[in-house]
Ligand binder design. Sequence first.
Ligand SMILES: [Zn+2]
Length: 234
Amino acid sequence: MVKCASKMDSNGIPLLSKNQLERHGEKILHIFSPAVLVNPQPTDLDGLIREMGFNQEYQYLSHNKVYLGVTVFNDTDMLPVYNPILNRAEFISVKKNTIIIEGTLAENPAYEHRERFTLGHEAAHGLIHAEYYRRKAEFAGFCDNSGGIYSKSCAPDLSGVDASGKRLQGEAWLEWQANYLAAVLLMPKTAIKNIDFKCNGRWHLELISMMVEAFNVSEQAARVRLASLGYLPT
Ligand SMILES: [Zn+2]
C-alpha cells in the first residue's frame, strides 16, 4: 500500500491538505483498483481493507448506535462494546490493525451507504493515522463520522474549518482528514470528471444521480463531494 509521506505535527498528526489527500487517495486507488479511476464504479472497501493488512469485524459499539466505527491500532483487551442480549456494556479483546463497524449497519439495507462511508472513513484512519494512534497507544477514537449524531446525514462536512472559520485542530482535524480521504476513495476526482464529461454540461442534478448510481453512495455524500471540488456552491 502507498505510504503517505507527509509532515507531522508534534503529536503525530499528518499535515495533509485537501490537495494532498486527493493525490494520496488516487495513488492508492491507482495501485489497488485502477479501474475505479477509469470507469466510475463502487470502490471495493472490504478488499481495500484486506489489502491494507487490516481485519474487519462487526460489533454493536453502543446501545444507541452513537458510534459507527472504530479502528484499533494496538492489541487491547479493553475495547468496550454493547451486548444487546444482556443489555449491558462489556469489554472484548481485539488485535491490532482491526476495523470494527457498528453491527446494525450491516443488518439493514437502508444503511448501506452509511456503512460504506464508515468503512471508507475507518480505512482512511488506517492509511494515514497509524503513527498518531501508535504514539498514543490507543485505538482510534470511536467515530460517528456523521457530525456527532447517528441520525444525521452520513455525508460529513468536508470544509475542514470550524464554525468560526478556523482550521480544525487535534483529533477534530484527524476526523476531518479521515472523512475527506474516505470521500476521495469512494468518489475519486478523476472518475467524477469522467461522469461530468458524459453529462456534457447538463445540470448538476443529473451528475449527482449518476454519482449515486456509479459509486453506490448517498445523494448527500455526492453533493458534499461535488461542493468540496467546486462543482456546487458550498
Ligand atoms: Zn474517525
